[in-house]
Design a protein around this ligand. Structure first.
Ligand code: ADP
Ligand code: MG
Length: 385
């Protein structure tokens, strides 16, 4: 996730800053995505556990209704990407303001599309970390208000546990234990999911997250923000072996990742070409970069799954929607007799359905948060606050 410093971007007077921001906030038309429900017209009984889930950790305002843990009755996402694109990355201040503008209507849409009312809701699930503090606070405050007004339980959810839980939606037979490769804008982790709600991190990035590397390279090549999907598309036209970028190993930590070396090599390559007046083949460049990142991700995910003898690997997070990654990991899993689980792309990037699924298992495990629940921007995976 690339975060922009709004003050640096708009160093004019404060007045002018807020005028600019207001213009953008009001001029940008709002788009909602409401895809992928796996049931129509639910038949709710009194025994059903129905979770209303809220997600506002970064630049998507999202709400969803989940029945009994794995059935998505509605999944509404209002994306702010168009607005942040103007700045080349997410501007935290704008993200919070936009969440405040959107949160009520997104929740109303989620309830109405699920054909339920707040009276049908058993508990509220909400992302309380990690993420941008101002953005998280909007969702947390909203969830607390609903929980208080309707006198129903409040369940805080870890954003990355939500990403992993996205795998349960379309794979009814998936149960822990399994290995999860979490690749998003802010995180790159290999996680052993031992039980519902029980996680052990066995590998992590030492520097950039995979999605961050995609976004930075895309910007250097002039593709704009967000970079991942643009690199994914352009790489299809390129030769993935045109340039050999380094695959870093972290000594003594076979499952850790490092992407800053690959990113620097790409930047050096671009500088050298520019200095020597050599025309850059962008498609070859991004295909080779993408191939190096995928190699690092897939090789470690496969060897960790084999080493731990689990036989099941799930992928999660925005980068998990990358088409070349999906293909490569599928081939490697087949070659190694590993069962692969992957959410549809809409459940890979930020959404509230995944938060509702994670909230359900937390709720069943007895987690209940009080009205003192706060946003925790650097919440650790598996940590309970
Ligand atoms: P976070 O939760 O950390 O904000 P997300 O899970 O929302 O991140 O994922 C966003 C990241 O995923 C961005 O860095 C984006 O570039 C990357 N991404 C999205 N789609 C693709 C894709 N098709 N290929 C590679 N990266 C992608
Ligand atoms: Mg995310």
């Amino acid at each position: 996730m690339e975060i922009q410093n709004q003050t640096n971007q708009n160093s004019d007077s404060n007045n002018q800053n807020s005028n600019n921001t207001n213009a953008i906030l009001t001029n940008t038309s709002d788009t909602y995505s409401r895809s992928k429900c796996n049931v129509q017209n639910p038949d709710l009984s009194d025994n059903d556990i129905v979770i209303l889930a809220i997600e506002t950790s970064c630049d998507e305002t999202a709400a969803a209704v989940i029945q009994n843990g794995r059935t998505v009755l509605s999944n509404v996402i209002s994306s702010q990407i168009a607005m942040h694109t103007l700045y080349g990355g997410v501007v935290p201040e704008i993200a919070s303001r936009k969440h405040m503008e959107q949160i009520n209507q997104v929740i109303e849409m989620a309830l109405s599309e699920a054909e339920v009312t707040l009276d049908d809701i058993t508990a509220i699930g909400v992302t309380y970390g990690p993420g941008l503090v101002g953005a998280l606070l909007v969702g947390v405050a909203e969830a607390k208000a609903i929980a208080y007004a309707k006198n129903i339980p409040l369940v805080g959810v870890h954003h990355i546990e939500g990403h992993i839980s996205a795998n349960y939606i379309e794979n009814p037979d998936l149960e822990p234990p399994f290995m999860a490769l979490v690749v998003s804008g802010g995180h790159t982790h290999l996680v052993l999911v031992k039980e519902y709600g029980e996680y052990e991190i066995i590998g992590r990035t030492r520097d950039d997250a995979a999605g961050e590397a995609f976004d930075k390279v895309a910007r250097a090549v002039g593709l704009g923000y967000p970079g991942g999907p643009k690199i994914d598309k352009l790489a299809k036209e390129g030769n993935l072996h045109a340039i050999e970028f380094p695959r870093a190993q972290v000594d003594g930590f076979p499952y850790d990742f490092s992407f800053s070396g690959i990113k620097s090599s790409v930047l050096n390559y671009i500088n050298t070409c520019e200095m020597k007046n050599i025309e850059i083949n962008k498609a070859d460049l991004v295909a080779s970069f993408q191939n190096a990142v995928i190699d690092a991700l897939v090789s470690r995910a496969i060897s960790a799954t084999k080493e731990y003898g689990i036989g099941k690997l799930a992928i999660a997070g925005g980068v998990a929607s990358n088409s070349a990654l999906r293909l490569s990991i599928k081939e490697q899993c087949e070659a190694n007799q590993i069962q692969l689980f992957s959410p549809s792309p809409i459940f890979c990037t930020d959404n509230a359905a995944m938060i509702g699924v994670a909230a359900y298992y937390e709720y069943m495990n007895g987690t209940r948060h009080g009205l003192d629940l706060n946003a925790v921007p650097n919440l650790k995976l598996g940590q309970r606050v």
